[in-house]
Write a protein that binds this ligand. Sequence first.
Ligand code: PXG
Length: 289
Amino acid sequence: MKIWLDGKLVNESEAKVSVFDHGLLYGDGVFEGIRFYNGRIFRLEEHIRRLFDSAKAILLNTPWTQEEVCKYTCETVAANGLTDGYIRLVITRGAGELGLNPYLCPVPSMFIIASTIKLYPDETYQNGLAIITCATRRPAPAALMPQVKSLNYLNNIMAKVEAIQANALEAVMLNEQGYVAECTGDNLFLIKNGILLTPLISDGALDGITRGVIIELAEKLGVPFKECSLTRYDIYTADECFLTGTAAEVIPVVALDRRPIGTGKPGPFTARFLKAFHELALSTGTPFA
Ligand code: PXG
């Protein structure tokens, strides 16, 4: 496997970062997860725009332009001979002194991995997930801006551990006020009385690229859509529920905290969104070769 690291494509065994890198020492950095289908990178420019917004929000100045990062991403995928897969692009604060001060890290580091990812078993895309609510809360926006896709994932990892310990594959995370924010690595959608609902970004959801695609598709499919504060009650009493993410794609949820959602089977709206998402993903994107 060839990894893009600070300007060069190197072998996996040579792709090493410093132990003084603040990305490793403090989680000081940002990242993106991007999928490619059929030889084309899905929503590449949008992902790179979000990456640069994340970097800007944490005062991480990159020496590369967005166009350059798009180009390096395409080169990395092409160098690995894959047609379908998952890109993990990471920008760290770079190597510096011990101590939090990011101004002592003069040069940020960037690496790009083109590989594959599988979050959930194949059958769960047909049968749906039974998930739980976890006790770990989404941090308040004033503590860790939910729009920033930073390297601080310990909170989400602890939430994921709760899910796994409860024999579930994913967990709903609430914010400090008790409203639904999202899951540990996916955004959440509901269907209630024919209306598509999703939590507000200000309630602690990541502004997911796949979330944005679903909102676009709702318009195309003629499904009314509303962003609003949601509680667990809204999920328990919804007709349908599904999760979205680049890695997860679109996956039905059939139960929360042992309460079946709707009929307890993936519903017709979810099936329409799943189909429309795959059609779009397989037919659009930036060619890399
Ligand atoms: N919420 C969170 C907290 C995420 O990390 C999403 C929602 C979905 O956003 P997108 O833009 O992908 O539709 C994410 C996505 C990984 C990995 O290992 C990354 C995510 C989720 C799971 C695994 O790269 N981020």
